[in-house]
Design a protein around this ligand. Sequence first.
Ligand SMILES: N=CN[C@@H](CCC(=O)O)C(=O)O
Ligand SMILES: [Zn+2]
Length: 432
Amino acid sequence: MSSNFKLLVKNAKQVVLVCKNGERYLTKDGMQNLAVIENGSVIIGHDGLIKAVGNAESIEAQFRAAVFDKVLDATGMCVLPGLVDAHTHPVWAGDRVHEFAMKLAGATYMQVHEAGGGIHFTVSHTCAASPESLLEGLRGRLERMLRAGTTLAECKSGYGLELHTELKMLSVIEAARRNMPIGISSTYCGAHAVPRGKTMEEATEDVLSVQLPAIQKQIAAGNLNVDNIDVFCERGVFDLSATRRILQAGKDMGLNINFHGDELHPMNSAQLGAQLGALAISHLEEVTDEGIAAMATTKTSAVLLPTTAYILRLPCPRARDMLDAGVIVSLGSDFNPNAYCCSMPLVMHLACVTLQMSMPEALAAATINAAYALKRSHSHGSLEPTKQGDLLIINAPRWEHLIYQFGSHQELIRFVIIKGNIVYENDKVLDL
Ligand SMILES: N=CN[C@@H](CCC(=O)O)C(=O)O
Ligand SMILES: [Zn+2]
């Protein structure tokens, strides 16, 4: 007999929907009061979409006669939406463990960068690497993210800074997008640093008249999907006017504006992003009150990256002020050779402890709001009928354990499911 549905996850102690009325993002009280069903079940169809989610008894009564390809009994466990990582740099060669030692000894991020290390070090290794080896590295990192519960990740280029290597990175991201189960939002970040030997003006011209047109051609030919445009808007990197020109050119090509701003110095990046209709701005450690107000008005998401302030010992972004102002706060791992963290559960933990977010706020920021920052919240970020069937099953009696037990996602996550398919199963999870 042919089955009616792909998957039934039944009898979970809690099913965290996050939201249940089709909200595209959450702010203020909405982030504090997440939708949670006690003793719930979820059904996913053959098309990979959620067909029903609700109280276990009523789902049982309603679908008594249905046939499922697979049934998972989640008794004693909790179901959460797949996590969304709104900011990563996962394509590169050459680690920077030696720089970690320098920074621990007192060097700042910009001192390392200006001495030819940092992004420049990664650029020289990435330029020299073959696409095959970059793809192998990317695959391992995305698998690590997936095992930590990430089912949709933003992935940036930006360690090429010239056309050939930027295209190589975007093609590697495209290959992962076509062949791996994890969802990917692809970002062109050719203006991640000013290449050695060039001025900012020359680098800006190269992005505008060489790189962007060539990328546009590849998109039109169906060889690449690129979703977002990014610039590192920072003193000594790209100033406000160069950032504006590049972001506007990307927007004119149909890309979403999603860029690095106000990280090390107040640059008025948030105000610029709001003026340009940016979907999201990342970092914001140095955002001003005016910047916060502008982002709240234009519904530009603030992608906060607690690993950056932690590892560089920077002042933390003012998450509470942003939340109180009604900014759509989301979270990302900022995975890169400077901040080697693939784990959104750990990022949520840091957000709670170092940014003073509550656990529901952190989960909303790592699901529906991160999906909003990638323009995917119509299909991702909550467990609601018609959305993609991406979820985690954790072996704990309350969902908050995923944040509370920091560094323990390997012990907690029992299943990761994407489009109703089990993409990771951990049968070593024991009752703790
Ligand atoms: N700040 C700029 N870009 C990255 C760091 C990239 C790197 O150091 O390689 C970030 O988001 O933290
Ligand atoms: Zn970054």
